[in-house]
Write a protein that binds this ligand. Structure first.
Ligand code: ATR
Length: 270
């Protein structure tokens, strides 16, 4: 058997930060394994999983754009992410040999919020795509509510609110954010090359938390506006590192050294 390894698959794949993150943790823990980036086109997805399934050195993979939905057809869904989130971002081989898919985005999103009690608190979410579904899945587990959901396509936002059983309302993006304990941007708005996300945060209480899943740039316009109001902010690298941490433990059976996040963040920004 060759050296144990996991990989990240996507099309394109060269931009992925996952090899840097997992590589840093493998080295930090002295684990003799590899984490690779593998370019897989949509046509090649079934063959990729068929080959990996029979490779004893393979521990699993992270799945990125455009395969997060298509990969559902290739893996068993033992944690119910198909109905709840509609996408997989991680696959592993279970002890019985089956290929099993899961979604670590929800847990990765939730990790930085662990110390907060958001049950019954009003929350505002921007977005109704795949990332928003993972965010709403995590927020439903925290029993937050009511939820105000801003989305360009308002009907899509309303459908998502009812799918997750939230009280609240869907609104077009823009205008004022209602008083909320937490505001989350779960779209690519504000990312380099994308339109900005302009929200009026003036109605937020002083202890509100503003969370942006975008990490390029690290300080988005939304986070800059929140900092100007001295609100607590959580940036997109937190979720990126958080979802990787859950996957790393599934692949390599060890918890990553999160006490070295500062070093890791510097590498990711470098
Ligand atoms: P992801 O997996 O990153 O969530 P997605 O499923 O394509 O990607 O969802 C993209 C989200 O960003 C959606 O909420 C989308 O709004 P619509 O549902 O109205 O399409 C939002 N989005 C993307 N580009 C946008 C833009 N230029 N203006 C407003 N919203 C945008």
């Amino acid at each position: 058997m060759g050296k144990p390894y996991a990989d990240v698959i996507g099309d394109p794949i060269s931009h992925s930060k996952s090899p840097l993150i997992h590589g840093f943790w493998l080295e930090a823990l002295g684990i003799d394994a590899e984490y690779r980036a593998t370019h897989v086109t949509p046509d090649a997805l079934p063959a990729y999983f068929a080959e990996r399934k029979d490779d004893p050195a393979w521990r699993g993979c992270n799945i990125t754009v455009p395969h997060k939905v298509a990969a559902l057809a290739q893996v068993e869904d033992r944690s119910g992410v198909r109905t709840a989130i509609g996408a997989v971002n991680t696959a592993i081989r279970a002890e019985d040999g089956a290929l099993v898919g899961t979604n670590t985005d929800a847990a990765g999103f939730a990790a930085p919020l662990a110390g907060l009690d958001l049950a019954g608190k009003p929350v505002t979410v921007v977005g109704a795509g795949g990332a928003a579904r993972a965010v709403l899945f995590a927020l439903a587990e925290m029993n937050v509510g009511p939820v105000t959901l801003f989305n360009r396509d308002v009907a899509k936002g309303a459908a998502l609110l009812s799918a997750f059983g939230f009280e609240g309302q869907a609104l077009p993006i823009g205008g004022g954010v209602p008083s909320s304990a937490l505001v989350v941007n779960a779209t690519s708005l504000g990312m380099t090359g994308q339109p900005p996300l302009d929200l009026d945060l003036s109605a937020l209480p002083a202890d509100a938390v503003v969370y942006d899943i975008v990490y390029a740039p690290l300080e988005t316009g939304l986070l800059a506006a929140a900092r100007a109001r001295r609100l607590v902010t959580i940036d997109g690298l937190e979720m990126l590192i958080g979802q990787a941490a859950v996957a790393f433990e599934l692949f390599f059976g060890a918890a990553p050294p999160r006490d070295r996040d500062d070093e890791l963040r510097a590498i990711l920004l470098g």
